[in-house]
Design a protein around this ligand. Structure first.
Ligand SMILES: [Zn+2]
Length: 385
């Protein structure tokens, strides 16, 4: 081979590498933009986490906080959604922002708690960068797919062992980027601990009475279709779980394990006056038995591998050909939110909390999630954030 040929090959390979890097940069940087949110008629104010912890300002750790104030006395209930962005049914928080109208009390919703975790897809898992949901007018609402933990470009490298600062609990190193092991957070801590700290500050400053944290779990994980509660508000969980089961929404009630640290319902329950709850629905896209992970699996929730696994008794939820569509998982979260607010009001009649315009369980199950959100066309008219 001639020297000239080698030179040409080297240049061609270099150009290809440069092109790949540029295309990769363009593709990934699209996820650094905040998702479009179109506040509904109930939204009275929009703040940011940095309003509670200013060092977050200008970083991708900052996230929007929506206030839905009925103007009538009652409880303040906060909803933390998107603590783990790859648990897509937590977009029930977004549905609350875009639809709910509080009748009494005040609702505070953080639909994308760990925004940094929305800025990348799951490394080495081939998960979709975006989810496209068709809205009621035939338009498309595009939402980032996200990953479980903080983006490594915001915190790197992971330690060998992650130590929960307050208790010394030791977990594997990558958990340093899991915000649901970082609570209550600390102002001088890691990127993830600082975001957790801002959320804890919000709960304290706004005098939140009840925080409800939305999650999803692998079908082969035992804490699933479940409501976890802090022991101080066990009665709240009992009433809400009974109500849900009577509606045909089968849900297990569990106490927050006192020695499992860093989770919202454990630490916000211990460190603030708020009552705390954590909800789990089944998510076939994050489990290990799943087949191809694409938008279809996220939205339709059908997976032949899970059907087989369920037949072999390897899942903790029933899993047949109908799967677990996103609409059913979001419906479970919406029904649980309503049941918890009703139970809170029953136990605290002087502090009622209720919201209108959220579809009931059966209707939400039938409605594609994109149609529960506001049409994209409203953003074109200046209605979006
Ligand atoms: Zn989770």
């Amino acid at each position: 081979m001639s020297a000239r040929f080698h030179m040409f090959t080297a240049l061609a390979v270099s150009a290809l590498v440069a092109l790949t890097i540029i295309l990769g940069y363009i593709s990934f940087s699209r996820m650094w933009e905040y998702d479009l949110i179109i506040p509904g008629p109930g939204v009275t104010e929009v703040k940011w986490l940095s309003d509670y912890f200013p060092p977050l300002k200008g970083t991708l750790g900052d996230s929007r906080v929506f206030f839905l104030d009925s103007g009538r006395p009652g409880a303040t209930v906060s909803i933390t959604a998107g603590i783990h962005p790859d648990e897509h049914a937590t977009m029930a928080g977004l549905v609350m922002v875009e639809r709910a109208r509080p009748r009494t009390g005040r609702l505070i919703v953080i639909p994308q708690c760990n925004n940094s975790a929305y800025t990348h897809s799951f490394p080495q898992e081939a998960t979709p960068q975006f989810i496209h949901l068709r809205d009621a007018e035939g338009g498309v609402r595009k939402i980032r797919g996200g990953a479980r933990g903080t983006n490594s470009i915001h915190f790197w490298p992971d330690p060998e062992v992650f130590i929960h600062y307050f208790t010394g609990q030791k977990l594997s190193g990558e958990e340093v980027r899991n915000i649901n092991r970082a609570f209550p957070g600390r102002p001088e801590g890691t990127f993830t601990e600082r975001v957790a700290y801002a959320i804890t500050r919000m709960v304290l400053q706004e005098k939140v009475d009840l925080n409800i944290d939305l999650h999803e779990a692998w079908p082969e994980y035992p804490f699933i279709n479940a409501m976890g509660v802090h022991e101080k508000n066990a009665d709240l969980g009992t009433i809400a779980a009974l109500d849900l089961n009577m509606q045909g929404v089968d849900i297990r009630l569990e106490m927050s394990p006192p020695k499992f640290r860093g989770l919202t319902y454990r630490e916000l329950g211990d460190h603030t006056p708020a009552w705390t709850v954590l909800l789990e629905t089944p998510n076939p896209t994050s489990g290990r038995i799943r087949g191809i992970t694409d938008e279809k699996l996220i939205i339709e929730g059908r997976d032949a591998f899970y059907v087989r696994a369920a037949q072999l008794g390897r899942t903790f939820v029933p899993f047949d050909e109908r799967g677990w569509p996103l609409s059913v998982r979001v419906a479970r979260h919406l029904a649980s939110l309503q049941a918890l607010m009703a139970a809170y009001t029953e136990l605290n009649p002087d502090k009622p909390i209720s919201v209108d315009d959220i579809p009931d369980y059966e209707e939400a199950c039938r409605t594609p999630v994109g149609e529960l959100l506001n049409p994209a066309s409203q953003a074109a008219k200046g209605g979006g954030l």
